[in-house]
Design a protein around this ligand. Structure first.
Ligand code: UD1
Ligand code: CA
Length: 453
């Protein structure tokens, strides 16, 4: 059955003390509301109506989805009033899933379960039992049947003892929702139009109301301040770490691993502590990642070794390559099979051919390095003249002596050798030796200066 989603995100989020709308704060590197949008998209939602109130420009600049419809709730008059803003876009025939924008850890399988419950009844509610339900709407049951939700502020003492609470997530038909919303009043403790009042309306019409529960309570936990945000971040990281370990990845300490994006993994990967993975990252089989590495939008092929403290961004590391420790691969860095970059080597828009090596203290920018070339310590490709970037091409089996500057645009041929300390400004032919430095001159018995009195 076709269904659409209404995400309530118009609340101000005052307690975040932030210029950023609350739902744009990130969990696992993704804005909370985007995470929810991604989840309902994989569930197959037809349309997603996002009810927003504050920071519309910021929201629209940060959030994306093909089937997203923006609904402004100019004044926050309650959750029922918020859903009303989406009503003009809702069909009678479709089902409507209402979600809250600040509970980012909701899982697809939980919403799937809620949907399955809705298929068997008229109104499906996601509820959870909390040891401390203070502040939440309570699920009122008579002979086990749900008859109402009572908000904490409106509840009697007896109702406040109820531990089963409303998560704010529910599903019903568009026709029912529209009819009930039309009958809401704000005659309650908060003077708000409560979405939760539709439950008593449904019960009085004799509708079948049933509940589903999430796998764990963190899925429905909302974020109101940065403490709660940090707690959910930890919960998400633990969930992700568990999934990775289940998939054959060794995390030497799962509590010191952060995935802020997506990670595709092969078998027998070992990841040491304090590794941060951002964006979309793919790691092949039998790869070792040392401590304190940052991997961002990159691919690392089978049998590669990334030593500690390396940063790899928008780059490709080929099979059996070795990177680091302390290496930095910037956007456009590509290492072919068996290539090696060692400590304090930086690559940007640079390709290292198969088996090529730059073992120490080198900058390779806008460069192409042939197979099995050896780049000596301290080599710099001088790619920038202050205005334009130019390219350096180094041939196969070339040998660049230590502390050389290759002033681009320039090329060094296959099998060519550059003497240490050279400044190369014009092309070096294949198999030639280029030496471009002051010639050594020795002065015999040279008297050192003496201190003047
Ligand atoms: C609401 C529920 C309560 C439930 C709790 C779960 C109602 C009346 N109460 O209470 O039963 O236990 O959530 O967290 O629904 N929002 C708008 N516009 C508004 C008001 C709220 O978009 O005018 C959005 C908020 O941004 C938030 C969500 O709706 O994402 C819930 O609002 P919030 O004020 O947190 O609801 P509670 O009073 O906590
Ligand atoms: Ca409220």
């Amino acid at each position: 059955m076709a269904f659409s989603v209404v995400i309530l995100a118009a609340g101000k989020g005052t307690r975040m003390k932030s210029s950023l709308p609350k739902v744009l704060h990130k969990v696992g590197g993704v804005p909370m509301v985007q995470r929810i949008i991604n989840t309902v998209q994989s569930l197959g939602a037809e349309n997603i109506h996002l009810v927003y109130g504050h920071g519309g420009d910021q929201l629209k600049a940060s959030i994306a989805a093909d089937n997203l419809n923006w609904c402004l709730q100019a004044e926050q008059l309650g959750t029922g009033h918020a859903v009303q803003q989406a009503v003009p876009h809702i069909n009678d025939q479709e089902d409507v899933l209402v979600l809250v924008g600040d509970a980012p850890l909701i899982q697809e399988q939980t919403l799937s379960a809620l949907k399955a419950v809705k298929a068997q009844c008229d109104l499906a509610l996601l509820t959870v039992e909390l040891d401390d339900p203070t502040g939440m709407g309570r699920i009122v049951r008579e002979n086990d049947n749900i008859t109402a939700i009572v908000e904490h502020k409106d509840a009697t003492d007896a109702q406040r003892d109820i531990k089963e609470i409303n998560t704010g997530m529910m599903m019903m038909s568009g026709a029912d929702l529209k009819r009930w919303l039309g009958d809401l009043s704000n005659d309650n403790a908060q003077g708000e139009y409560y979405l939760t009042d539709v439950i008593a309306m449904a019960a009085s019409e004799g509708k079948r109301i049933q509940s589903a529960q999430p796998e764990s309570a963190v899925e429905v936990e909302g974020v109101n301040n940065r403490l709660q945000l940090a707690n959910l971040e930890r919960a998400l990281q633990q969930r992700q770490a568990n999934a990775l370990m289940t998939n054959g990845v060794t995390l030497l300490d799962p509590s010191r691993f952060d995935l802020r994006g997506t990670l595709e993994t092969g078998n027998d990967i070992v990841i040491d502590v304090n590794v941060i993975v951002e964006g979309d990252v793919t790691i092949g089989n039998n790869v070792t990642i040392g401590a304190n590495c940052i991997l961002r939008n990159c691919t690392i092929a089978d049998n590669a070794v990334i030593e500690a403290n390396s940063i790899i961004e928008d780059a490709q590391v080929g099979e059996a390559c070795v990177v680091g420790p302390y290496a930095r691969l910037r956007p456009g860095a590509v290492m072919h099979k068996n290539a090696k970059v060692g400590n304090f080597v930086e690559m940007k828009k640079a390709v290292l051919g198969e088996g090529a090596k730059a073992n120490h203290l080198t900058y390779l920018g806008d460069a192409q390095v042939g197979a099995n070339a050896n780049i000596g310590a301290g080599t710099i490709t001088c790619n920038y003249d202050g205005v334009n970037k130019s390219k350096t091409v180094i041939g196969e089996n070339a040998f660049i002596g230590s502390n050389s500057s290759l002033v681009a645009p320039v090329s060094v041929g296959d099998g060519a050798t550059v003497g240490a300390g050279s400044v190369i400004t014009s092309a070096v032919e294949d198999n030639a030796l280029a030496v471009a430095r002051g010639k050594q001159r020795n002065i015999a018995n040279w008297p050192r200066p003496t201190k003047k009195s």
